[in-house]
Design a protein around this ligand. Structure first.
Ligand code: UDP
Length: 330
């Protein structure tokens, strides 16, 4: 029984690989290392460097390893970049999925758990957002992931490739033992940017817009700890192995924090003043994203352990302090 983790050297992927290895699972990691880090991959996992858009690469790995199921993270995920370069996102995220499904069909691999996103919903009609709510993305990143969901639905119908799409809300934090954490270069996400400002490796934080229709005018997001998110993937794979039908699940906490609230929580956790200023809105940002994730709790048995945003930020802060330059150049 071997699980292949695609994008297993990335932020969420590496935490999932680590949790799988701890559970005694045999794991193979495929990653092109464009944004991932070789050092983030648990030593017990067998590593193959290559791109999921490369059919030859996939077929070589799937010939060498007998893969029973796939957990697929390999994608670009930066909203502002997707606004500037949408084709990059459709090529890697959506195109990559087509090549991967082709290889799965060819090699008889019929189970996949993959990263979708809250960004597939766009500006929600109500919060918290339910899985059945309209999906109308406001940026190409969300659109590329929605296309992946649609393609896989038809691949399931035609070829019997069963899937779980996990729609993440905002992920943060690091492995509590300090072994792995978040390292994007350049960094674009709110919590690591705040912590860089706290550590003095960045001069200040700019909050993108304070004129949204929210409690304090700044965007509201729903934060989940990366280890809780990783565990949801393992549960989703068990769900498919038990013969359950393909489905999509939100992964969030049902609680929203504004960008200013996150800044204040980080000030408490770090004990630093953290200089911040208000800047213009960032194109493509919905004002509020909060998940209803009862479905994942009921059907997957998912029980997040970190239900406190300060506790989530504290694990990220520990990682930032011990790894001010992330994984360095690797
Ligand atoms: N954000 C911000 N300043 C930054 C980075 C992000 O104000 O330097 C805001 C962003 O506009 C959004 C929230 O923080 O409202 C979360 O953004 P992030 O990029 O972390 O995740 P996303 O919600 O885009 O997946």
């Amino acid at each position: 029984m071997t699980i292949a983790v695609l994008g297993g050297a990335g932020y969420i992927g590496s935490h999932t690989v680590s949790q799988l290895v701890k559970a005694g699972q045999d794991v193979v990691v495929l990653d092109n290392l464009v944004t991932g880090h070789r050092l983030a991959v648990a030593p017990k996992a067998r590593f193959y460097q290559g791109d999921i858009r490369d059919y030859k690469f996939l077929s070589q790995v799937f010939t060498q390893e007998k893969i029973d199921g796939i957990i697929h993270f390999a994608a670009f995920s930066v909203v502002p970049e997707s606004m500037q370069d949408p084709l990059k996102y459709f090529d890697n995220n959506t195109g990559g999925m087509i090549t991967l499904l082709e290889a799965m069909k060819q090699f008889g691999i019929d189970k996949i758990v993959f990263s979708s996103t809250a960004a597939t919903y766009g500006e929600p009609e109500r919060v918290p957002i339910h899985e059945t709510d309209p999906q109308v993305p406001t940026n190409p990143y969300g659109e590329s992931k929605l296309a992946m969901e649609k393609i896989i639905k038809w691949a399931d119908a035609a070829y019997g490739i069963h899937f779980v799409a996990l729609r993440y809300f905002n992920v943060a934090g690091a492995m509590p033992d300090g072994s792995i954490g978040e390292d994007h270069k350049p960094e674009t996400h709110l919590i690591p940017i705040i912590l860089q400002a706290a550590a003095g490796t960045r001069s200040n934080l700019q909050i993108f817009g304070d004129d949204y229709p929210t409690k304090d005018g700044t965007n509201v997001r729903d934060y989940v700890h990366v280890v809780d998110l990783a565990d949801a993937h393992i549960l989703a794979m068990h769900y498919l192995q038990a013969g359950n039908p393909s489905a999509a699940f939100n992964l969030g906490s049902a609680t929203g924090f504004s960008n200013l609230e996150i800044l204040n929580a980080a000030r408490t956790v770090t004990g630093q003043a953290i200089p911040a200023k208000i800047g213009p809105r960032r194109p493509g940002d919905p004002s509020t994203l909060i998940a209803a994730s009862d479905k994942a709790r009921e059907r997957l048995g998912w029980q997040p352990h970190f239900d406190d945003v300060e506790a989530i930020i504290a694990t990220a802060w520990q990682w930032h302090q011990s790894h001010p330059n992330g994984y360095g150049d690797r």
